[in-house]
Design a protein around this ligand. Structure first.
Ligand SMILES: Cc1cc2nc3c(=O)[nH]c(=O)nc-3n(C[C@H](O)[C@H](O)[C@H](O)COP(=O)(O)OP(=O)(O)OC[C@H]3O[C@@H](n4cnc5c(N)ncnc54)[C@H](O)[C@@H]3O)c2cc1C
Length: 312
């Protein structure tokens, strides 16, 4: 693709990025979406908690979004953005280390990488019988035997939450650190079992789980494991810009304002890349918000340029 200046480049073509591209495209902006094709929820067969899309396979939503964008001045390119540099009135985006494009606005919607606990039998069941979000999949596994594999203090929040979907919950507490006595009291009062021994294996046939094995060799009757680790935002390609960041309980993230704008006036970060707690609807909403706001900033800039050129 020949180098040219775009009104906006969107990095990441999933829930957040396509929503931003839709707003910008509908605002008659010339937009390039660059996507490397690995949305976070690719491990799950169906999505839930999304009004009007309950049970939709994740790939179907992305495919439909891409089809909708065909009517606008939006191009979609497969690729991996490897760096971004500041050129003053534009930012320069490098794709796959060689292809450079300039943009007046940059929307970063590259999501996160989930750092899963290194436990035998866990990774291959991620998104099926090893889950992180009860709002996404809790209804489908309700009343089954839950195990919560803690990895950090935040895991105790997950432990309390999932009790809403099952009255058979065992929490493996080795990864949680010092447990707040109030939390422990509430869990025990609701019949939740606490196991301090570290987990070494998730046991079962295929994707099914029949037990969780601990270091002392004991096996606990479990059908579904809830867990989650720290997350790494997929934003390393922005490193040279030194954008402001903030610490959260699950990792260090780009700092953004209420419209998703980073500390750089031409760069927005929307969806999971700046909000680790965002599900699909929240990511879509952040993309919509960021895309519309980026257009508003470009409108203001267009006006200023017209004034300076005497062409208003
Ligand atoms: C197993 C699992 C199941 C889930 N189920 C649900 C559910 O049922 N309901 C729900 O609401 N939420 C669910 N979620 C959460 C959901 O996945 C996220 O909220 C959502 O994907 C965030 O959207 P996003 O657009 O911010 O990021 P993503 O969907 O992760 O998209 C980021 C995109 O950016 C691309 N990308 C990354 N880096 C680059 C780069 N350098 N250059 C170019 N492209 C890049 C990626 O390839 C990807 O396509 C689930 C999450 C997981 C892990």
């Amino acid at each position: 693709m020949a180098n040219k200046t775009w009104d906006a480049i969107v990095v990441g073509g999933s829930a957040a990025g396509l929503s931003a591209a839709q707003m910008l495209g509908r605002s008659r902006r010339k937009v390039l979406v660059v996507d490397s094709g690995s949305p976070r929820n690719r491990f799950a067969a169906h999505m839930h908690g999304i009004l009007g899309q309950d049970g939709t396979p994740p790939g179907d939503l992305v495919a439909k979004g891409r089809r909708e964008l065909e009517q606008y001045d939006v191009e979609i390119q497969e690729g991996n953005v490897t760096s971004v540099s500041d050129g003053g009135k534009v930012v320069t985006v490098t794709i796959d280390g060689e292809d450079s494009h300039d943009a007046r606005a940059l929307i970063v919607a590259t999501g996160v990488t989930d750092n899963l606990p290194q436990v035998q039998g866990l990774a291959q069941r991620w998104g099926v019988t090893v889950l992180h979000c009860p709002y996404c999949h809790g209804w489908e596994v309700r009343d089954q035997k839950f195990g919560v594999l803690t990895t950090m203090p935040m895991s105790m929040h997950q432990a309390e939450l999932v009790r809403q979907w099952s009255d058979d919950v065992t929490v493996f507490t080795a990864g949680a650190g010092q447990i707040d006595p109030g939390v422990e009291q509430r869990l025990l009062a609701r019949g939740v079992k606490l196991v301090a021994e570290p987990v070494v294996e998730i046991v079962g046939d295929g994707e099914a789980i029949s037990a969780v094995r601990t270091a002392d060799g004991a096996e606990y009757d479990i059908e579904v494991v809830f867990t989650g680790g720290p997350m790494t935002p997929n934003d390393a390609f922005l490193a040279e810009l030194n954008l402001d960041r903030t610490d959260t309980p699950v990792g260090n993230f780009l700092k953004v304002d209420e419209f998703g704008r980073t500390s750089h006036e031409r760069i927005w970060a929307v969806g999971n890349v700046s909000n680790p707690m965002a599900n699909v609807p929240l990511s879509m909403s952040a993309g919509t918000n960021g895309g519309a706001f980026a257009n508003a900033i470009l409108v203001a800039e267009d006006g200023q340029i017209a004034v300076e050129e005497g062409t208003a």
